[in-house]
Design a protein around this ligand. Structure first.
Ligand SMILES: NC(=O)c1ccc[n+]([C@@H]2O[C@H](COP(=O)([O-])OP(=O)(O)OC[C@H]3O[C@@H](n4cnc5c(N)ncnc54)[C@H](OP(=O)(O)O)[C@@H]3O)[C@@H](O)[C@H]2O)c1
Ligand SMILES: [Zn+2]
Ligand SMILES: [Zn+2]
Length: 376
């Protein structure tokens, strides 16, 4: 086992059956000069198992090590993590995967006031921001130029992990009504779709369209329906129709092979949650005048849309990311009070479990979010 030589220095192995689940805190006795020998304990190293992407696109187990917590950080024992479509895009990168984490705080830095050891908290896509630029001062820190976000910011911490070190200012208390397995998918999928609806000024009785019934899409249907909107769902086949209606949709279209959606009611706000860009020619004609399209899919392709319908219909295309912290907190409260609950399939927090979850997601079999669950 790694780190064995230091075990006698105070290493705690919390799950003895597996080297996956270890946290290593070394107590170094401090002896100030000219004083009797002191036993002041100084935690001096944190090491724990994490799951990373790799060049071959395979998930690998690794170890993240930090000398100690910074004053503004917390150490969470990860209990649950959602698996987002964006994780698939990072499978071939040498980074710790996962950005839909929920866990229990086990240590706090010396400057952390808002959380205590034992608290349950979640963390997501936004890891850090400067707190001082125009965007941060306007509570719009997701667009901070100095932000640190999943895949581009802090690369040795994530939610596919046994533990995770996060900035305390960027984690969220989980409302008691939300089970951790259901809270995890809200940390990115929920945050992304709620942000489009909430900051997009969606109002009751507006008609919301959702393209794609996956992790994001099945939450978008629920949020929009609970906000009092009429929800039309566009999915590639009929296979998700019953569940989409159960989640709150009032209209459903199976779109594979369709050349027109003539007859569909006009859409005021269209959330695009597919894993690739849709056929824009199909959707632009059903947009209501002054309607807004929110392309949420991650895609490296250019956006090519019919031009004149945009001009004459006064349409908007509004890019959108996950939310800033204020909106994220509102999203969690809204989900808790309105009973919004992801449909989850659970997998082990292990290389095998993560690979299985990716496979089901890439084969389009998931209903509708994979959640990795840590061993007890
Ligand atoms: N903007 C942001 O901040 C943000 C945040 C999170 C995720 N994302 C992105 O949002 C997208 C969806 O993420 P997710 O986690 O919801 O993924 P997901 O669970 O895999 O859902 C994607 C859905 O897209 C449809 N789909 C699958 N393959 C497709 C293909 N080749 N072409 C078109 N549609 C396809 C399927 O819906 P149907 O079976 O109903 O057709 C599927 O359920 C991803 O691109 C992800 O990277 C963006
Ligand atoms: Zn900033
Ligand atoms: Zn995500």
């Amino acid at each position: 086992m790694m780190l064995k030589p230091r075990m006698e220095l105070g290493q705690h192995i919390r799950d003895c059956d597996s080297e996956l689940f270890l946290i290593h805190t070394t107590d170094t006795p401090q002896t100030p000069p000219h004083s009797p020998r002191s036993t002041l304990a100084m935690p001096s190293e944190l090491s724990f198992a994490v799951f990373k992407g790799s060049e071959a696109g395979k998930v690998v187990q690794s170890i993240s090590t930090r000398e100690r917590l910074l004053p503004d950080e917390v150490l969470l024992k990860v209990t649950h993590s959602g698996v987002c479509g964006t994780d698939v895009h990072f499978k071939s990168k040498d980074i710790v995967l996962g950005h839909e984490g929920v866990g229990i705080i086990e240590q706090i830095g010396s400057g952390v006031k808002a959380f205590s050891v034992g608290d349950r908290a979640g963390f997501g896509f936004l890891q850090n921001a400067c707190e001082n630029c125009a965007q941060c001062r306007a509570s719009d820190e997701i667009y901070c130029h100095s932000r640190q976000i999943y895949g581009l910011g802090i690369l040795d911490q994530g939610s596919f992990a046994t533990y995770s070190i996060q900035k305390a200012a960027f984690i969220f208390p989980i409302p008691s009504k939300l089970d951790s397995a259901y809270a995890a998918p809200l940390m990115c999928a929920g945050a992304t779709v709620f942000n489009a609806l909430f900051t997009g000024n969606v109002r009751p009785a507006d008609r919301v369209g959702v393209i794609g019934v996956g992790g994001l899409g099945h939450l978008a249907i629920q949020f929009a329906a609970k906000m009092g909107c009429e929800v039309t769902v566009f999915s590639s086949s009929d296979s998700k129709k019953q569940e989409a209606l159960q989640l709150g949709a009032t209209e459903f279209y199976a779109t594979r092979g369709m050349k027109t959606l003539e007859g569909a009611k006009e859409i005021n706000h269209l959330l695009v949650t597919t894993s690739a860009q849709p056929d824009w020619d199909l959707y632009i004609p059903i947009m209501a005048p002054r309607g807004t399209i929110f392309p949420l899919s991650v895609s490296q392709e250019n956006l090519v849309v019919p031009y004149m319908p945009l001009v004459v219909g006064g349409l908007r295309i509004q890019g959108s990311l996950v939310c800033s912290r204020g909106v994220h907190s509102k999203m969690l409260e809204f989900a808790a009070t309105q009973g919004i609950k992801p449909f989850v399939e659970t997998f082990d927090m292990s290389v095998e479990g993560i690979e299985q979850a990716f496979e089901r997601m890439e084969q389009g079999k998931l209903r509708y979010r994979a959640v990795l669950v840590a061993k007890q």
